[in-house]
Design a protein around this ligand. Structure first.
Ligand code: ZN
Length: 91
């Protein structure tokens, strides 16, 4: 199977980043639609990094070194949260 390592990394740390962001911005929406939008926007800002795994499961621990460092991923997610919370696609 082919996996996008970047996607796995974003999926793993997204809840932590949202939790941190909520500390300073308690009123942002964190419904499933907004979380999906945040994930898609963040992934569009980051280069994909495809890996092949013959097992059904991958990565017990995500290594951010492989995808340009954690800071880049956190920055992309934070930008995505700002964009989505400024303009959610629902009322
Ligand atoms: Zn929402």
């Amino acid at each position: 199977m082919v996996y996008n390592y970047t996607e796995e990394a974003v999926r793993r740390i997204l809840p932590d980043i949202i939790r941190d962001y909520l500390k300073t911005h308690p009123h942002i929406c964190t419904c499933d639609l907004c979380k999906d939008d945040i994930m898609a926007l963040a992934l569009n800002q980051l280069p994909p990094h495809y890996v092949v795994s013959d097992r059904g499961t991958i990565f017990t621990q995500v290594s951010f070194d492989q995808i340009g460092g954690k800071a880049q991923v956190v920055a992309a997610i934070t930008r995505a949260i700002e964009q989505v919370s400024n303009k959610p696609r629902h009322q």
